[in-house]
Design a protein around this ligand. Structure first.
Ligand code: GLA
Length: 393
């Protein structure tokens, strides 16, 4: 919705008067490097133009009021009781962020808030990270102003606060990728991020003649949290076994492909072996894809995207019939260089690299084949690559 419309909605809900401010944070698409972040490896995400925009105005009591433009829930948070909102079906992410900010010494200001989300909820494009980062930025900005701090808000810190909210308050042991991309995204660029050191570099996406098409399975995700946490523990198990041969390693990203070829067989459990294999080969694919981009070799980049999906399907086992159908139908279309799932998996979205002249055919044919096989429709987005979290002035 436009800012004017959001402002009108805000006034309708909370009344007129005072200064209304706007904060925005985007969702993300990850181009390659999946389930590598919590293993200390590389990821390559980009921020989208879709995301969360907050309209807010200060209050002079101890309450935060929150509503979303597309939901009926109206939430009141008592700032003295921040720990008691974990079970909210909407508003829990925001309460988690406030709680983590408070632990870091930020003052949480009372305010009225209206959220406008343009990302599909729970659709694998980091709608929750967008809410977390926009919320963190908004409250940190107000806190700095209240305390006379003129330095700009540290956006890497906001990403970490968002991740902590998710880990500690929501109970999903996610890595840092989504919140980092949402906080630090840059227009027309993807971010090469090493997730243990948080060293990063922007890489311009020279997409001349190509589009990135995002396709949403529209599958309702169930068990995603428990399966996600299960994958994470399997990786930790692999590390503890490999440590016997490689005592200096602290995470799977510390294991080179050569060492894995040597010592991988010490992992007797086939499932745990395949989880480690995915992570270690995927980190290698991210680096290979950087070379491909540097040489403008989009064909190679597409092949690496395909190999990434195949490894997520066979070895990491996080795809499922919906994601696989979108990917394998996509690969049959002319002009598709690569197609893979993006994000956690178990439903959610795919991303495909498609020649511009084939985009219409892609959407039509993949859409038809998907509905025929799965029984309901997929959605398609051709999103721009946009900036990370910021206040809209
Ligand atoms: C989710 C998590 C991220 C990352 C991806 C998989 O999006 O939030 O931290 O682990 O899954 O790459």
């Amino acid at each position: 919705m436009t800012l004017d419309k959001l402002k009108n909605e805000f006034i309708k809900l909370y009344g007129d008067g005072g200064e209304i401010r706007f904060f925005h944070a985007p969702g993300r698409v990850n181009l390659i490097g999946e389930h590598t972040d919590y293993n200390g490896g590389f990821v390559f995400p980009a921020a989208l133009s879709m995301g969360t925009t907050i309209a807010l105005r200060l209050r002079d009591d101890n309450l935060v009021h929150m509503k979303a433009t597309d939901l009926d829930d109206f939430v009141t948070i008592d700032l003295e009781k921040l720990e008691s909102y974990k079970d909210l079906s909407w508003g829990n992410y925001q309460a988690g962020v406030m709680s983590e900010l408070k632990k870091d010494g930020f003052s949480i200001c009372a305010c009225d808030m209206l959220y406008d989300d343009t990302l599909p909820h729970g659709g694998g494009l980091s709608s929750s990270a967008a809410i977390e980062v926009a919320t963190a930025l908004a409250f940190a900005t107000l806190s700095n102003e209240k305390n006379g701090i003129s330095a700009p808000v540290d956006m890497v810190k906001m990403a970490l606060i968002g991740q902590r909210a998710e880990n500690n308050y929501i109970g999903l042991n996610c890595g840092i990728m989504d919140q980092f991309a949402s906080a630090m995204g840059k227009r027309d660029c993807a971010i090469l991020l090493k997730c243990d050191t948080l060293k990063y570099d922007y890489s311009r996406l020279a997409m001349d003649g190509f589009s990135l098409i995002i396709a949403n399975t529209n599958k309702k995700r169930s068990l995603a949290t428990s399966k996600y946490n299960e994958r994470r523990s399997e990786c930790e198990e692999a590390v503890s076994i490999l440590k016997k041969s490689l005592p200096e390693i602290t995470c799977l990203a510390d294991v080179s492909l050569i060492d894995f070829e040597k010592y991988g067989k010490t992992i007797e459990n086939d499932v745990v072996y395949r989880r480690a294999k995915h992570v270690i080969t995927e980190i290698d694919r991210v680096l290979a894809s950087m070379d491909a981009l540097k040489n403008s070799n989009m064909k190679k980049f597409g092949e690496l995207m395909n190999a990434s999906h195949d490894s997520l399907k066979e070895d990491y086992e996080v795809t499922g019939i919906e994601l696989d159908t979108l990917v394998f139908e996509a690969r049959k279309i002319d002009g598709v260089l690569g197609s893979r799932m993006t994000g956690a998996g178990f439903g959610g979205c795919t991303v495909s690299l498609v020649k511009n002249e084939n985009v219409d055919e892609f959407i039509k044919t993949v859409g038809e084949k998907y509905e025929e096989k799965i029984g309901y429709k997929a959605s398609f987005y051709v999103s721009k690559i946009a900036d990370g979290g910021h206040e809209i002035k």
